[in-house]
Design a protein around this ligand. Structure first.
Ligand code: ADP
Ligand code: ADP
Length: 237
């Protein structure tokens, strides 16, 4: 479970990007984070993985606090958080398999992945993940030979190869066509349910969020202005 308690971020410029944001995400649940540009969605995601330092409040993952950790301790804790990106962030010249395996190293050592030897267990896990995301026949292809939807499937498998306890997903379908977007959203939600993974998906496509999410959190000017099932959002809008 992920728990945010009064998470607050004021940038040095004085912009109050988050104001006392509190909500919890239980295991297996995918929360769609929506809100207009500048609402604080990116800041929220960055405060959880501490790419941005929160000004106040707490982030707890499975009961342990991520806020307030030293840099070294944080690096270890980041392994617990899987990231999926809008533009996939694959290493284009590496194979699908190598990209998935790079998740085991963490993002800091990304470039070492093709010179490192991996334990057999990691390779077996990577094959199982590629099978799950429907790319088993593409394991040896270079990432730059894939379609957008296939690349995002690699991004999902790479995040899972870390065996994370939380997924943070930043606009995963922003570069994809509508049909592929629906397939990718469905896959993320199924996988989180199967694995009991909590997830936050920053999603600017509100109809897509309404179609797939059990729960939507709406941000506006750094505050939670909606938290509930998509059906209620329709009534509120
Ligand atoms: P969203 O992802 O919903 O578009 P952001 O989290 O990017 O929102 O931005 C929230 C607010 O914080 C905005 O007012 C934005 O201008 C401001 N902001 C974001 N990043 C920074 C930064 N690095 N420095 C100063 N202000 C920032
Ligand atoms: P995205 O929409 O993909 O989050 P943005 O254009 O909001 O991208 O932000 C790009 C970068 O600029 C981010 O690192 C963000 O933190 C930073 N940023 C956004 N708004 C501001 C701001 N008002 N002042 C300084 N940096 C900002």
């Amino acid at each position: 479970m992920l728990e945010l308690r009064d998470l607050t971020k004021t940038y040095r410029t004085g912009d109050k990007a988050l104001a006392e944001v509190s909500f919890t995400v239980p295991k297996g649940q995918v929360v769609g984070l929506i809100g207009p540009s500048g609402a604080g969605k990116s800041t929220l995601i960055r405060c959880i993985n501490r790419l941005v330092e929160p000004s106040a409040g707490k982030v707890l993952l499975a009961g342990s606090e991520l806020t307030g950790l030293s840099a070294g301790a944080l690096r270890r804790q980041r392994r617990r958080i899987g990231m999926i990106f809008q533009e996939y962030a694959l290493v284009e010249r590496l194979t699908v398999m190598e990209n998935v395996l790079s998740g085991r190293l963490g993002y800091v050592n990304f470039w070492q992945s093709f010179t490192r030897r991996f334990p057999a267990a990691d390779i077996e896990r990577a094959y199982r993940l590629l099978d799950r995301v429907g790319l088993i026949d593409h394991a040896d292809k270079r990432a730059d030979a894939l379609s957008g939807g296939q690349r995002q499937r690699v991004g999902i498998a790479r995040a899972l190869s870390q065996e994370p306890e939380l997924l943070l997903v930043d606009e995963p379908t922003a570069s994809l066509d509508p049909k592929t977007s629906r397939q990718i959203m469905r896959l993320i939600i199924e996988i989180c349910a199967e694995r009991g993974l909590p997830a936050i998906v920053n999603i600017h496509d509100v109809p897509l969020a309404q179609q797939f999410m059990q729960r939507i959190v709406g941000l506006r000017a750094g505050r939670v202005v909606f938290d509930g099932p998509p059906a209620d959002l329709t009534e509120a809008a």
